[in-house]
Design a protein around this ligand. Sequence first.
Ligand code: PMP
Length: 287
Amino acid sequence: MSRVAYVNGQYHPHGQAMVHVEDRGFQFADGVYEVWSIFDGRMADFDGHMTRLHRSLNELRIDIPMSREALTRVLHETIRRNRVRNGIVYLQVTRGTARRDHPFPAEGTPPSVIVTSRSISASEAEAQAKKGVAILTQPDIRWGRCDIKTVGLLANVLAKQAAREAGAYEAWMVDEMGLVTEGSSTNAWIVDEHGKLRTRDTQANILKGITRTALMALIQQEKLELDERPFSVDEAKRAREAFFTAAGAFVMPAVSIDGTTIGDGTPGPIATRLRTLYLEQARRDAI
Ligand code: PMP
């Protein structure tokens, strides 16, 4: 099946979809993105991701490229043309194309908009979640505005690659105090040795994950105790459970951190239950 990508108003065969060499996304990582997971061709947590997109654009003073309705149509159409039933849809908006120069381009320079979509094997992800995955910790070397979902992901890329080279699935980034900030592309959680759910607060320099927010509502509904407070690598290694959240990964149980086994080395009951609840809700509410 041939893939299709949306670029600035047109759908192109994936292999021929191009942006200009002086697109500011390419030159400066001057752009933002969002990822929605897709269930039966429909997007989960739709409003949350759309609202965060607008916030990211606002924070960087990039023009809103098109109405919410028009953008929704493009997302749906890209999913449809790629015949994706389960997978992800990716949206990127950059400050547009202009002669390479650091200051913002002239007012009225249209932002660039690209959308791609691809299938992900649900059974493969389920198998991984059943077994649990390994985490490697890495120093957090990122800039001070990780609350904005920018395409400037070099530090995240290096952390994820270090994890993969160590045979781990995800990297958890760690600040100078030895506290976990977040995953390279996920939010980090534990069930601590006292049985309390813990995840870092978003006043700190991390991304406010949409999956994280959705999970918090489920945690409240389940009447589980949550402490929105950072945890150290040592606390994580002593935790009963560890897991991470993101669109695409949903709730993914971790069974080791830097080679130290977490709990009994199998996915914990709370992470497993939250994964089931999240998937039920995401599937039900997808649009
Ligand atoms: N933190 C980082 C650094 C991420 O890149 C992501 C995923 N884009 C997340 C957290 C999780 O966010 P979400 O649940 O909105 O996918």
